[in-house]
Design a protein around this ligand. Structure first.
Ligand code: ZN
Length: 170
């Protein structure tokens, strides 16, 4: 059952999704799994880059630490708190960037932003017949597009990632 637009709950960050489609259920399961079992949680002993991200609309906070080896992300850790979308997106992000170069990460962020319709003119290059085939678990976040307030929750980790990398030399 979908609630009508007029009855949307004001605390849009406390829960997600009334949809009943199988794909939405799959997406929701993936998101909840990352929320309950966040990957790469904690701190690094000597990070090369750090950044903090805050989404005041929802109270989401993320602290990101990276180590870089030969231009690639060799390790990553996340600490923070907030809603399920912000924290699961952060967990997915940490898995997706390990071993990637800055250029590969920028491509990934561009695809993510396209998928979330933040950059609607860009094609994220997803395969609609094979959910998860291109971006893995990250594709589960595309259901959030229907909830514009929550796009900020989903984007927080990725914006924080770009900020951490912006201080690094090419
Ligand atoms: Zn949030």
């Amino acid at each position: 059952m979908r609630s009508s637009p007029g009855s949307a709950r004001p605390e849009t960050c406390s829960g997600w999704v009334d949809g009943s489609m199988a794909l939405e259920d799959l997406y929701r399961e993936v998101i909840l799994d990352h929320y309950r079992n966040p990957r790469n949680r904690g701190h690094l002993s000597s990070p090369d880059a750090t950044a903090q991200g805050v989404n005041p609309m929802c109270g989401d906070e993320i602290n990101l630490e990276l180590t870089l080896t030969d231009g690639s992300v060799s390790d990553v850790a996340i600490d923070g708190h907030g809603c399920s979308i912000s924290q699961s997106s952060a967990s997915m992000m940490t898995e997706a960037i390990k071993g990637k170069t800055r250029g590969q990460i920028e491509d990934l962020v561009a695809r993510f932003r396209a998928m979330m319709a933040i950059d609607p003119d860009t094609d994220p290059g997803l395969d609609p017949d094979r959910p998860g085939a291109v971006l893995g678990d990250i594709e589960a976040l595309q259901g959030v597009r229907q909830y514009p307030v929550r796009i900020k929750c989903a984007s927080l980790a990725w914006n924080t990632l770009l900020e951490a990398l912006s201080d690094q030399p090419d």
